[in-house]
Ligand binder design. Structure first.
Ligand code: SAH
Length: 228
């Protein structure tokens, strides 16, 4: 049952490749187009850099943990890849080259400003969720050696703060990047991930933590603080 992570799983190799592409894309966007970018696009770009910096140390640590149970399947990998595309690669491609300008939409300034506020909420919650989950975090659906059920910090207010954070980031992105492909597409992409992943994740947590997870779920809601 215990499966040592000798070979890195496809999901982590895929994310390493995409992260490299994103790094190069980011650099290209910053060098070639930043003066042409709107302020909403610059806020989004700063948010991407900040979110990557929040996640980077956790990504490095998680590779050292052994995997005891993995629920990653083709559907999971496809959803994760779609999120990488919608939340990082496509917006960067747009910022670097304006290739999706045929799919632009217009929003008033107050909507863009709302996007900036949501982006701040996203980054704060994303940071807190990573800090509270610690070494129990993984990009895919996995239980680690010595996995601990976290119910403290922001996990005392909601069971899925990281997904709540990503909702704020996704809605913020659609308000900051006025484009159906680079801005809006992340909303249906994350909706699919949210709907399909949570039942599998919670089943995995119940299989490991049993009554302790049932008790937690009866007290604490999914993403809305205070609603079980
Ligand atoms: N759904 C959570 C965590 C996302 S990271 C959130 O939105 O904040 C995904 C991994 O976190 C899962 O593979 C699972 O192993 C782990 N996980 C989820 N909830 C957890 C909890 N309360 N305590 C410990 N690990 C948890």
């Amino acid at each position: 049952m215990v499966e040592k992570a000798k070979r890195r799983p496809l999901i982590s190799r895929l994310s390493a490749i995409v992260t490299t592409i994103i790094g190069v894309g980011l650099l290209a966007a910053a060098i070639f187009r930043w003066q042409q970018a709107s302020w909403g696009e610059l806020v989004w770009l700063a948010g991407l850099v900040a979110a990557s910096l929040i996640r980077a140390p956790h990504g490095a640590k998680v590779r050292q943990n052994e995997i005891e149970d993995s629920r990653d399947d083709v559907q999971e990998q496809a959803l994760l890849f779609a999120m990488f595309l919608a939340m990082m690669v496509l917006p960067l491609v747009e910022l670097a080259g304006g290739v999706f300008s045929f799919a632009d939409y217009r929003l008033p300034d107050w909507a863009t400003a709302t996007g900036a506020v949501l982006q701040v909420g996203y980054l704060w919650l994303f940071w807190r969720a990573h800090a509270d989950l610690g070494r129990n975090w993984s990009p895919g659906l996995e239980l680690r050696g010595g996995h601990e059920l976290i119910t403290r910090g922001v996990y005392a207010r909601m069971r899925h703060p990281m997904y709540a954070a990503i909702w704020l980031g996704a809605i913020g992105q659609a308000l900051l990047l006025h484009n159906w492909i680079a801005g809006f597409l992340v909303i249906p992409a994350f909706a699919a991930m949210y709907i399909l992943r949570i039942p599998k994740e919670e089943a995995m947590m119940r299989s490991r933590f049993g009554a302790a997870y049932d008790d937690y779920a009866s007290r604490v809601g999914r993403i809305w603080p205070g609603t079980p």
